[in-house]
Design a protein around this ligand. Structure first.
Ligand SMILES: NC(=O)c1ccc[n+]([C@@H]2O[C@H](COP(=O)([O-])OP(=O)(O)OC[C@H]3O[C@@H](n4cnc5c(N)ncnc54)[C@H](O)[C@@H]3O)[C@@H](O)[C@H]2O)c1
Length: 440
């Protein structure tokens, strides 16, 4: 195993930039500001609340993660971002309708001070947004990327931040397979200059951030940092990347339930998942091409957890269907139904029904915080490229070409914590446990 890295201390301020300042980003910002004022607990955040066991079970060492690894503190964070709508974070949060007025009382001033920078936006990729009021106009994609780099420089100077990370919280872009322009950094840079129409705005953000040494996590299902050009750029610049698509709601449930059924060798022959939601994300996903990005990212999960090739009798013939329906009266209060057909001993059939009345952005916000803090930690540890240990947070985790992605939430958690132990030179936990029974 590699030696534990040297980790630079988390000195000074950390700026968190979100391309996209909608429901998720503003809920995240509001929650952090409320938490640091002591108004709310940062529920759902491992970096803030989770403990990590070190050494043997009877050693009694179980510190908080934030006391174990050197993370930026909530007080050290500054927020910023880009959006094609000029609403400040307060107005955007109110429009998103996730938080109630009483929850933003006392933090309105801080939220109003967070104003998005003008966006790199193209309605070819996000069709259902209209009347945008601040979109950069540049002759070609390379000029747009340079304008973003200038934004980053200006933000760094104005806010006096020492380090930056970016977490993409913009709308889901239409689905497209990667094309030749994405296959190397050279072709991508040429494509930027030629205004190649296969290059999406999220890829231009990623390019600009990586060029500026800013770690980039992708919370949306679109192809952004998981294209060869970005892998090359992240290696060249020595910057960490991770993605994609925050694991919230229905997929979170799926990656909890499926490993449990598989652990008990219970068969599955059908899994129907449907959702109704009424926020702007739902409106964007009402467009079939944007939905296709989401569908691809959601469908892979079961296959990798259940391994139908290894267990054809149990999982070789699953009918797996995912649907998202835009239904405005629901607002951000999504309702997700799962109907699961399972079978047990002698093939007897059973059903599981889950009705999850969830608040997507409430589940996504702590993920943005954890990703920002862990990506910054990775950068200070000198780690670059894909951060597979952060798979825990993603529906469709990025992975090396030679391996399948790890989707099982519990394996992902073990992987995350073992990475932290390794980082700090602690023994990894194998759960072997024989030492407690050895004769003295
Ligand atoms: N809410 C969740 O739990 C969840 C879970 C997984 C993934 N996601 C993804 O996170 C992203 C954000 O979700 P949300 O609920 O906040 O959506 P949202 O629609 O409320 O916010 C997205 C914001 O991005 C902006 N935007 C669109 N194109 C942009 C561009 N080119 N540059 C900058 N900003 C741009 C929009 O104007 C909007 O303000 C979506 O891609 C969504 O699929 C969300």
């Amino acid at each position: 195993m590699t030696e534990p890295p040297q980790i630079a201390p988390a000195e000074g301020k950390l700026g968190i930039l979100t391309p996209g300042m909608g429901a998720v980003a503003t809920t995240f910002m509001a929650g952090v500001i409320a938490a640091r004022k002591g108004y709310a607990l940062p529920t759902g955040s491992l970096t803030q609340l989770s403990h990590i066991r070190l050494g043997k079970r009877d050693d009694g060492r179980n510190p908080l993660i934030k006391d174990f690894v050197p993370l930026a503190t909530l007080d050290d964070l500054e927020f910023g971002g880009w959006d094609p709508y000029s609403d400040d974070a307060y107005a955007a949060a109110m429009k998103a309708g996730v938080l109630e007025a009483r929850d933003v009382e006392g933090i309105g001033e801080e939220l109003r001070a967070i104003k998005p920078m003008s966006a790199v936006f193209n309605s070819r990729w996000v069709r259902n947004l209209h009347e945008t009021d601040q979109v950069k106009s540049a002759p070609n994609h390379m000029d747009s990327a340079e304008a973003l780099m200038e934004d980053i420089d200006r933000y760094r100077a104005e806010k006096k931040v020492d380090r930056l990370v970016a977490v993409y919280c913009g709308s889901t872009e239409a689905y497209e397979e990667p094309s030749d322009v994405h296959m190397s950094l050279d072709t991508f840079e040429q494509g930027l200059k030629d205004n190649d129409e296969a290059i999406t705005p999220s890829q231009i953000y990623a390019y600009a951030c990586l060029k500026m040494g800013v770690p980039f996590a992708n919370g949306a299902p679109n192809l952004t940092v998981d294209i060869p050009a970005m892998l090359e750029l992240s290696a060249q610049e020595g910057v960490p990347i991770s993605g994609k698509d925050f694991k919230t709601g229905q997929t979170l449930m799926k990656t909890m339930i499926a490993p449990g059924l598989k652990a008990r060798m219970l068969g599955i022959n059908g899994w129907f998942s449907t959702n109704i939601l009424g926020n702007r994300d739902g409106e964007v996903l009402d467009d079939p091409d944007s939905f296709r990005s989401k569908e691809v990212s959601k469908l892979g999960v079961l296959e990798h957890i259940l391994q139908p090739d290894v267990y054809p009798d149990l999982y070789g013939d699953i009918y797996h269907k995912v649907r998202i329906n835009y239904y405005p009266p629901k607002g951000d209060d999504k309702e997700g139904w799962d109907h699961i057909d399972i079978f047990g001993w002698l093939g007897y059939r059973m059903q599981i029904k889950v009705d999850f009345l969830c608040k997507d952005s409430i589940l996504a916000a702590p993920i943005v915080l954890d990703l920002a803090l862990f990506m910054d930690l990775a950068a200070r540890a000198g780690w670059s490229g894909i951060q597979e240990w952060l798979s825990f947070y993603f529906k469709s985790p990025q992975h090396a070409e030679t391996v399948y992605p790890e989707n099982d939430l519990f394996i992902q958690l073990t992987k995350l914590k073992n990475n932290l132990r390794h980082m700090m030179g602690e023994d990894l936990i194998t759960h072997l446990g024989t030492e407690y029974y050895d004769e003295a």
